[in-house]
Ligand binder design. Structure first.
Ligand code: F3S
Length: 390
């Protein structure tokens, strides 16, 4: 009937025996599977659900969420929302927006979605090589596939939520090993030994435009995990890269003997990347896109020691990461900087008040002008702190 192999439990759900919401959610997954030629559903370890900021989903999204009645059957984490859940007044959020945002959060909570509100769920919950997931935020998808070696397509908010409520996703695309092979080579030439997260973000910003939606195999770089996070987030933003491999670094590039002969090669000069670092005046500084790792928070605290910020300086991280690093966070906030959970410089309406924002992220460099209307400048974390405290 469906063209996909379904088990008896799926058939019961489709017959409406477990309620209308689960029926509709499974219908959505089956329809998606049919469009993409999936032969079956695959159980997932976790879901990560976007469509969480009232700024992006608005009234219709909220109405749809409140009409649903079911519970997540696998761990499901919410994407960043438009404000910190507890410190929204301090961030200057308009109370009318806060009301709507709280309603969205309550709707997800009722559906059993965990309110971690982060694009870095991998810092909070263990995610392993080869595990099937249904994640939707593009940087989280990129990190899961590329850095961890887990398997997820880039889900839309509704399909990730459907997968959370059913515990399965259609098995197509990046769930299948043969679809995870490199499709284009990016050869980075020149000296990259002193590159930081910002340079890797800028490389991702540049390379994403060149590779589009293909799977790149990148050579000539040796990034650590935070640098991979910045690289992948930016490639997903300016291209549609949901999986990339780095020669000798990322798990599948190490484990699988890829045949890259005959692939198109794109050369990128390290000096080209430096040209993205333009010195324009800025009104605020914002870091933590994707949300900061514990090591990044530690570095920010170290660089801010003994300094006082002279313009708004926002740091974004998951609440769970903040809770485990309270001394470091206190030390950052002593400077006047603010460490906010649950939100970010792109999804919060607060950032729209600034005409220019400095970031250390290639993804934010791409999205701030588009989502917040202001100019964006990229710099290293050292540059960001110098500008925030000068
Ligand atoms: Fe995360 Fe927001 Fe950046 S969702 S990847 S911090 S745009």
């Amino acid at each position: 009937m469906t063209g996909m192999q379904l088990d008896p439990e799926d058939e019961r759900i489709l017959a409406g025996e477990e309620g209308e919401t689960r029926q509709k959610m499974l219908e959505l997954l089956v329809a998606l599977g049919k469009v993409f030629g999936a032969e079956r559903l695959v159980p997932i370890k976790s879901a990560q659900v976007s469509g969480a900021s009232y700024k992006t989903i608005g009234k219709y999204g909220l109405d749809w969420l409140t009409s649903l009645d079911a519970k997540a059957v696998v761990p499901a984490v919410l994407n960043p929302i438009g404000m910190p859940r507890t410190r929204w007044e301090e961030m200057g959020i308009n109370p009318a927006f806060a009301d709507k945002q709280q309603a969205v959060v309550r709707a997800y909570e009722r559906l059993g979605v965990r309110l971690d509100c982060t694009c870095t769920p991998y810092y909070l919950y263990s995610t392993g090589y080869g595990e099937h997931l249904a994640w939707s935020e593009s940087s989280a998808v990129s990190y899961a596939n590329s850095v961890i070696g887990a398997r997820t397509n880039r889900e839309g908010g509704p399909s990730a939520l459907a997968a959370a409520l059913i515990g399965k996703t259609p098995c197509y695309g990046l769930h299948l090993e043969h679809n995870r092979m490199p499709q284009v080579i990016v050869r980075v030439q020149g000296d990259t030994r002193d590159w930081s997260v910002a340079e890797y973000g800028a490389l991702g910003y540049h390379a994403g435009k060149l590779v589009g939606n293909r799977i790149p195999f990148i050579s000539g770089i040796n990034p650590d995990r935070d640098q991979l996070k910045g690289l992948g987030a930016a490639m997903a933003a300016t291209g549609a890269v949901a999986l990339y491999h780095v020669e000798g670094v990322t798990p599948e590039a190490v484990k699988i003997p890829f045949d890259i002969s005959g692939l198109e090669t794109i050369a990128v000069e390290s000096e080209e990347i430096k040209t993205l670092f333009k010195e324009i005046p800025v009104e605020a500084v914002a870091v933590g896109c994707p949300h900061c790792s514990p090591a990044e928070l530690e570095e920010i605290a170290r660089l801010l020691t003994g300094k006082v910020v002279t313009r708004p300086f926002y740091v974004f991280a998951a609440q769970g990461v903040i809770n485990k690093n309270t001394k470091i966070v206190d030390s950052i906030e002593k400077s006047g900087a603010r460490v906010f959970a649950d939100t970010c410089m792109v999804v919060s309406p607060v950032m729209e008040q600034y005409s220019s924002i400095m970031v250390n992220s290639g993804k934010a460099l791409a999205y701030v002008p588009y989502m917040c209307g202001g100019q964006a400048r990229i710099g290293t974390i050292e540059d960001c702190i110098r500008v925030a405290t000068e």
